[in-house]
Design a protein around this ligand. Structure first.
Ligand SMILES: *Cc1c(COP(=O)(O)O)cnc(C)c1O
Length: 379
C-alpha cells in the first residue's frame, strides 16, 4: 500500500526542541513564562504590529477579541461565510448572532461591495452589527481597504481572522494588522504550529493587556484571589510558546515551500480544461497555505467528488473547499447576504495536499493521479 499523502501536516524545524528543553531545564512548565513573553515580542516583529497576547487556540483568541470590542448577547456580528466554523462559533458563545457575507471571485474572501451595501441597509434601520469578522482564507488576504473604509464610516470594529494567513500581505503589510484586533492560529495543520495555540494582535496596548487579563481568569490586582469580571483560562503554555519561537524562525521557508507546491501543481495541471486555480490577488502575497482549485466537471470530464474519491483510493487526502457557514445546519436560522459565490466554490472547489514538508515524489504522485483521472474521464 502506498504511503498516505496528507493535506497539511506539522513541519518542525531545528530550534523547537532546544526551546522546549530550556522550558524544562528552568522549570517553566506553566501557562506563563519567558517563552510566552518572547513569543509575543517576536511575533509582533514578524507581522509588524505593536502588541500581542498568546492564547491556547485561535478560537479562544477570536472569543476574546469579540469580548474586547464589546459584543454582547443579542448583538449581531457580520462574518465571512466561506470559512471554517471556528470563525463564527465564538459569536454564539457570547449569545450574539452571526450574519454571513458572501465572497468575491478574485479573492474568495468577503466581497467589499456586499459588506458596504449591507451596512448601509442596517444603518437605515438603526441596527448596525457590533463587529465585522473578516477572514483571510487559505493564505490570501481579503481586499482590506474598502472593507476597513466601510467599517470606519459606521465606527464598527474590524476583527481579522488571519488564522490561515500568517505571512500573507496586503499592500506590503501583514494580514491581521489592519483591523482593531487580528487573530492567528497555531493548530497542527496551520502554516506554523505549536500543536495548538493562538495569538491576538493589536496596535492598542490596553486592549492586549485586557486580553491577557481575561485569559487568566480576570484576576484583580490583590494579594488574595479577587474577581470583578468573568474571565477564562485561555493562556498559552510556556512549553508550546517555545515551539512557537522555533517555528517563527522558519516561517519564510514554510511560505516558500507552500508557494512552491502551488507552482508545481499549477504548471502541471493549469492547462487542463475545466481546472482553475485559486487566483492570487494583485494587492499582495498569498502564502498558498493550501493549494485550492475549482473543477468544471463538464469540461474536465469528472467532478470534484469523483476526483477526491479517486485520490482517496490512492491514499491521497484532498478536501472540498470549506462548506459555507450559511449552509451549515447549526446556522440554519441565521441571516446571510447572497452566498452564490461561496456555494460555487464549495461545490466545485478542491484543496490538494499542501504541506511544506511534501517531497517532489509526493507532488508528482498527486499530479499523475489527477492526470490519469482526466484521461479516464467519464463524460
Ligand atoms: C483554524 C482556524 C481557526 C481556529 O483556530 P484554532 O487554533 O484551531 O482554534 C479560526 N479561523 C479559521 C479561518 C481557521 O482556519
Amino acid at each position: 500500500m502506498a504511503k498516505p499523502i496528507l493535506l497539511s501536516t506539522p513541519h518542525i524545524g531545528d530550534r523547537e526542541l532546544e526551546f522546549v528543553k530550556e522550558a524544562f531545564d528552568t522549570n517553566w512548565i506553566a501557562p506563563v513564562g519567558p517563552h510566552v513573553d518572547a513569543f509575543e515580542q517576536e511575533f509582533c516583529q514578524v507581522v509588524g504590529t505593536s502588541y500581542a497576547a498568546a492564547v491556547s487556540s485561535g478560537t479562544a483568541a477570536l472569543h476574546l477579541a469579540l469580548k474586547l470590542v464589546g459584543v454582547q448577547a443579542g448583538d449581531e456580528v457580520f462574518c465571512s461565510t466561506l470559512t471554517f466554523i471556528a470563525s463564527a462559533n465564538p459569536i454564539t458563545y457570547l449569545g450574539a448572532k452571526p450574519i454571513f457575507i458572501d465572497s468575491d471571485r478574485t479573492t474568495w474572501n468577503m466581497n467589499p461591495e456586499l459588506l458596504r451595501e449591507s451596512l448601509d441597509k442596517k444603518a437605515k434601520i438603526g441596527k448596525l452589527p457590533k463587529a465585522v469578522i473578516l477572514v483571510h482564507l487559505y493564505g490570501q488576504s481579503a481586499d482590506i481597504d474598502p472593507i476597513l473604509e466601510a467599517c470606519d464610516q459606521y465606527e464598527i470594529p474590524l476583527i481579522e481572522d488571519a488564522a490561515e494567513s500568517l505571512g500573507a500581505t496586503y499592500k506590503g503589510k501583514s494580514t491581521g494588522t489592519f483591523g482593531k484586533i487580528g487573530i492567528f492560529s497555531f493548530n497542527g495543520n496551520k502554516i506554523i504550529t505549536t500543536s495548538g495555540g493562538g495569538m491576538l494582535v493589536s496596535h492598542d496596548r490596553e486592549l492586549m493587556e485586557k486580553a491577557r487579563f481575561l485569559a487568566t481568569q480576570a484576576r484583580d490586582r490583590a494579594p488574595h484571589y479577587q474577581h470583578s469580571e468573568i474571565g477564562y483560562n485561555y493562556r498559552l503554555s510556556n512549553i508550546l510558546a517555545g515551539i512557537g519561537r522555533g517555528q517563527l524562525q522558519v516561517l519564510e521557508d514554510r511560505i516558500n515551500a507552500r508557494r512552491h507546491n502551488f507552482e508545481v501543481y499549477q504548471q502541471a495541471l493549469g492547462n487542463l480544461p475545466g481546472i482553475e486555480f485559486m487566483p492570487e490577488a494583485n494587492f499582495g502575497r498569498a502564502t498558498r497555505w493550501l493549494t485550492c482549485l475549482t473543477i468544471n466537471s463538464q469540461t474536465f470530464g469528472a467532478d470534484r467528488e469523483q476526483i477526491r474519491l479517486a485520490l482517496a483510493k490512492q491514499q491521497i487526502e484532498a478536501r472540498p473547499v470549506w462548506k459555507p457557514l450559511h449552509l451549515q445546519p447549526v446556522f440554519a436560522n441565521c441571516d446571510y447576504v447572497d452566498g452564490v459565490v461561496a456555494e460555487y466554490l464549495f461545490n466545485h472547489g478542491l484543496c490538494l495536499p499542501s504541506g511544506s514538508n511534501l517531497i517532489k515524489e509526493e507532488l508528482e504522485r498527486v499530479i499523475s493521479q489527477i492526470l490519469e483521472i482526466h484521461q479516464q474521464r467519464t463524460y
